[in-house]
Design a protein around this ligand. Structure first.
Ligand code: GFB
Length: 311
């Protein structure tokens, strides 16, 4: 990557993806990077968004901010997931369309694709059918964000929507109720092992599969996209391999050294049974994931164990 000396703004700098971007030597050496979090600018507040952009004047914005969460939070806080993300989109695009020649890389979610699409999920399947119910409110807010980007002329703002598969890694939300499956299970098995619990509860039937990607591999996809500036507006990023929730739970149980019984709570939703992405566009740009699932899970577990031991 040549010396660019452009200004790059990262929104959502304290989350899973934002903190992983801080680890990227390529991005931090080649750009003047401004990391912004909620304490600096509340993105649901238009004035705060405008003043952030007026101060930083970024050439490139990476938006990893937003209200995100696992299957239960998506299903039970539907209004909050929909409106908070819509408000962020609106404030962001209203502000960005005042600048010329800017690039926005907007992080999306694989839940934007219809539940009955063919696998692997292609970018072109967007808006071809009904969404999965548990996260349709959140997904709609993400789809509106894509539509807003498309509606602005590209000489003013070019938007690339990066659609990651289920991400995991350090600095994620590990709360047992609101988190995604990997941090949720890491937290549960860690505590079950510490407390010598006879049972550890895993939500759903264990049958759904998920394609998991270690967050640093998403950052390397971001590096490739910034470098190659592709013409595509929507780009999937997946690891190419999937695992059932049952096998995932067993792996995490093993890493935690848990000796009790793994019990499935079928009163909790399964969500979609599968959601593997077609990642041929990003692969054609010479990107491939580097972190194997076993290694990524161990690194994430170790990170979580260390922060718990600090308390
Ligand atoms: O990761 P997750 O919450 O979200 O759940 P989705 C994936 C699967 O893991 C579901 C099961 O079948 C859950 O029932 N699961 C088992 C658990 N134990 C647990 C647990 O302790 N915690 C959690 N969270 N799940 C989300 C969407 O869908 O994926 C979001 O709701 C977003 O909108 C995100 O798109 C990437 O993969 O089902």
């Amino acid at each position: 990557m040549e010396q660019i000396n452009k200004k790059l703004l990262v929104l959502g700098s304290q989350g899973l993806v934002g903190t992983a971007i801080k680890r990227s030597e390529i991005i931090n050496q080649k750009f003047i990077v401004h990391y912004s979090n909620r304490a600096e600018a509340d993105l649901t507040n238009k004035k705060e968004v405008e003043s952030l952009f007026n101060g930083v004047k970024p050439n490139i914005t990476i938006n990893c901010a937003g209200k995100v969460g696992g299957i239960l939070a998506n299903n039970t806080q539907r209004y909050e997931f929909l409106t908070e993300n819509l408000l962020i989109n609106l404030n962001l695009f209203e502000t960005l369309k005042k600048y010329e020649n800017s690039l926005l890389i907007n992080l999306g979610s694989s839940s934007i694709y219809p539940k009955n699409s063919k696998f692997p999920l292609k970018e072109s399947s967007l808006m071809t059918g009904p969404l999965e119910e548990t996260n349709s409110a959140y997904s709609l807010s993400k789809i509106v964000g894509i539509a807003m980007g498309k509606a602005i002329e590209s000489n003013i703002l070019k938007t690339i929507n990066l659609i990651p598969t289920n991400l995991y890694g350090p600095n994620d939300n590990f709360d047992s109720q609101s988190s995604h499956v990997v941090p949720g299970l890491i937290n549960k098995f860690y505590k079950a092992q510490e407390n010598n619990d006879a049972e550890c509860i895993v939500w759903g039937s264990g049958k759904p599969t998920r394609e998991l990607l270690f967050v640093d591999d998403l950052v390397s996809a971001l590096e490739v996209i910034i470098e190659s500036n592709p013409k595509e507006e929507i780009i999937n990023v997946g690891s190419g391999s999937e695992i059932s929730i049952k096998d995932l739970a067993n792996k995490i149980s093993l890493i935690a050294g848990y000796k009790g019984k793994v019990v499935f709570d079928t009163s909790k939703p399964d969500g979609v049974l599968k959601k593997t992405l077609d990642s041929s566009i990003i692969s054609s740009l010479n990107w491939s994931p580097k972190v194997e699932l076993d290694d990524g899970l161990k690194r994430t577990y170790e990170w979580y164990r260390e922060i718990n031991n600090k308390d």
